[in-house]
Design a protein around this ligand. Structure first.
Ligand SMILES: Cc1cc2nc3c(=O)[nH]c(=O)nc-3n(C[C@H](O)[C@H](O)[C@H](O)COP(=O)(O)OP(=O)(O)OC[C@H]3O[C@@H](n4cnc5c(N)ncnc54)[C@H](O)[C@@H]3O)c2cc1C
Length: 382
């Protein structure tokens, strides 16, 4: 039987960070992944340019039923700590907007940087390797793996959530959590596009590829960013963000004119250009095609002067608070994250160690800054 200080299961963002940090502390680390490549989600992330952190990331941005849980780890490994590693490796990056940092070149730069750090620290990385079973042993854990039996003082579960099974996602982490007495909060897909099946479906399909800046709201949360029409419904950053607050049956409200008071603006347009058609007026704010399709869907387009004040009021209300009821989401197939999962009330927020089974740690998922911070936190104690 092979004996090792630490086994990290999952060579994604959190597992790589945890492994390299623990190994740099002098721990012997075996990093196992069943996939044929490490960090597949890193490679795919940020449209191929990995949005590896956000300089304004703070605990309030981390959506949780247990909002205090993330504070300690995020305070001990900040975006600036990760930026220091990125700079040390000379990885070129830029700020896109709202503090979001992306690679200038490819996401691969981040993945390769983490692999290089692992190698320098002496991490033993085994890909194409499965862990079949984990049992509590007298000192630590006994694992049955494709490499044969392994004894480890500490086991770090970094197997991520359920999103994008084709990139290696499994429910393994939740199974281990349950095995060792943890509750698992019901999971659902987050940061995921909406599917529309009602009469709007054809419009979404026709406008596929069109994006427009909006304020999207649901369940007392609002995001101002672009929405993107797709063949099957709605996507884009504003929709992905609100999807995490949406439940089946909820309506989503979309303000298509976030920079103006729709009623005042329409009245102004009516006074200034009474002979222009509504779709011409809207075509100067949205794309022409979007103005035509939405106008045909909602109102009969006619010259502005022909609308009564009450009609203008209705149009303003629709443009300022368009109600969409999605039929569902695209699910784990395309979701960026998994909501729910291992109940954080049974995990130490300082060490990420199980409060039910000493020596067992849970790290990762949610976003990269959390993956770095939780992986780093556990690595100090394994
Ligand atoms: C398309 C997409 C784009 C994204 N873009 C961004 C972005 O730009 N910025 C951002 O902050 N976040 C982004 N995210 C979210 C981000 O990828 C995740 O938050 C992050 O990858 C979580 O890291 P993790 O290590 O917990 O899990 P993962 O990265 O999912 O890693 C888990 C690892 O465990 C392995 N594994 C799973 N089951 C087993 C098993 N049974 N045995 C062995 N190994 C196993 C998997 O193969 C995988 O390598 C994106 C996600 C997706 C899907």
């Amino acid at each position: 039987m092979r004996s090792i200080d630490v086994v990290v299961i999952g060579a994604g963002a959190a597992g790589l960070m945890c492994a390299l940090t623990a190994a740099a502390r002098g721990r012997q680390v075996l990093l196992i992944d069943h996939a044929n490549k490490a960090g597949k989600k890193i490679l795919m992330s940020g449209g191929g340019r990995c949005n590896f952190t956000n300089v304004y990331a703070e605990p309030a941005n981390f959506f949780s039923e247990n909002p205090h849980f993330c504070k300690s780890a995020l305070a001990r490994y900040t975006p600036w700590d990760f930026i220091a590693m990125v700079s040390k490796h000379g990885v070129p990056y830029h700020e896109k907007k709202l503090g979001q940092l992306f690679c200038d070149n490819k996401s691969r730069d981040i993945r390769d940087m983490l692999l290089e750090e692992c190698e320098q620290a002496g991490v033993d990385l085994c890909l194409d390797t499965s862990v079949r079973q984990i049992e509590k042993a007298e000192a630590g854990y006994a694992l049955s793996t494709d490499l044969g039996p392994v004894a480890a003082q500490s086991v770090v579960v970094a197997t991520g959530g359920l999103s994008i099974p084709t990139l290696g996602a499994t429910g393994f982490g939740y199974e281990i959590a349950r095995q060792f007495g943890h509750d698992v909060v019901a999971t659902r897909a987050g940061l995921v596009p909406f599917i529309i099946t009602d009469q709007l479906k054809d419009i979404c399909n026709e406008l596929s590829g069109t994006s427009v800046e909006c304020v999207v709201s649901c369940n007392k949360q609002s995001f101002r960013e672009n929405i993107l029409f797709t063949h099957r419904g709605l996507s884009g950053p504003a929709v992905l963000q609100i999807s995490s607050f949406w439940h089946l049956g909820d309506a989503v409200e979309i303000n298509l004119l976030p920079d103006r008071d729709p009623a005042e603006w329409l009245q102004g347009q009516q006074a200034a250009r009474p002979n222009s058609d509504l779709k011409t007026v809207l075509g100067e704010v949205f794309t022409k095609k979007m103005a035509v399709l939405l106008t045909d869907h909602w109102f009969a387009s006619k010259p502005m002067k022909q609308y009564s004040p009450a009609e203008l009021c209705d149009i303003a209300a629709t443009l300022g608070a368009w109600e969409v009821v999605p039929a569902g989401t695209e699910g784990y197939r395309t979701a960026e994250v998994t909501l729910g999962g291992v109940d954080t009330r049974q995990v130490s927020s300082k060490t990420m160690e199980s409060l039910r089974s000493p020596g067992l740690y849970f790290v990762g998922d949610f976003n990269f800054q959390w993956a770095w911070a939780s992986g780093y936190a556990a690595a100090q104690f394994v």
